[in-house]
Design a binder for this molecule. Structure first.
Ligand code: FES
Length: 165
């Protein structure tokens, strides 16, 4: 092979150099955009955390309404969200019900005159038993949702809401 075969022409040199520099600059612009787009999806388990609600000693056999305040991350927007839960003791078990009516989403209340030992929805007069079971013949077609409950050192924590059928 002669030395002439290895010579890089001025045109080739400029092509290689500009391609390399251009690629480097393009990566510098694309990487932050890719990170911005993917970052929330790569953060694991932020919304699966349990939230402290009350002490076990505060609970009775009658459902009581407790506020739940937690941080919600919605893609890039983080906000403080407040919800309620009706919590009561069923023997040794702690039951935490969502007050959102399973008919069309109004808020139920416990102990109304129409249903002193259960929940009543003001919107279409849906009724639920104390354990959240829907009363047949009223609009809701399924029971109230339940929160996952964990107890640590006498403190009650609520996790995600689960649907019952
Ligand atoms: S929203 Fe509760 S009964 Fe319709």
């Amino acid at each position: 092979m002669s030395e002439k075969d290895h010579k890089v022409s001025r045109r080739q040199f400029l092509t290689y150099t500009l391609t390399g520099v251009g690629g480097f600059m393009a990566a510098g612009m694309i990487m932050p955009m890719a990170r911005f787009a993917l970052d929330p999806a790569l953060k694991a388990g932020a919304e699966s955390d349990s939230v402290y609600v009350c002490e076990v000693s505060e609970l009775t056999e009658e459902p009581q309404k407790f506020p739940i305040v937690f941080n919600q991350v919605d893609a890039w927007y983080e906000s403080e969200v407040s919800r309620d839960a009706y919590i009561y003791l069923d023997g040794d078990e702690i039951v935490a019900l969502s007050p959102v009516c399973t008919h069309l989403g109004c808020t139920v209340t416990y102990g109304h005159n129409d249903k002193p030992d259960g929940f009543r929805c003001p919107c279409h007069f849906g009724l639920f038993e104390k354990d959240g079971t829907n009363v047949p013949g009223t609009p809701p077609q399924r029971p109230l949702d339940v929160y996952e409950v964990t107890v640590e050192d006498g403190k009650v924590y609520l996790g995600q809401i689960n649907q019952r059928t």
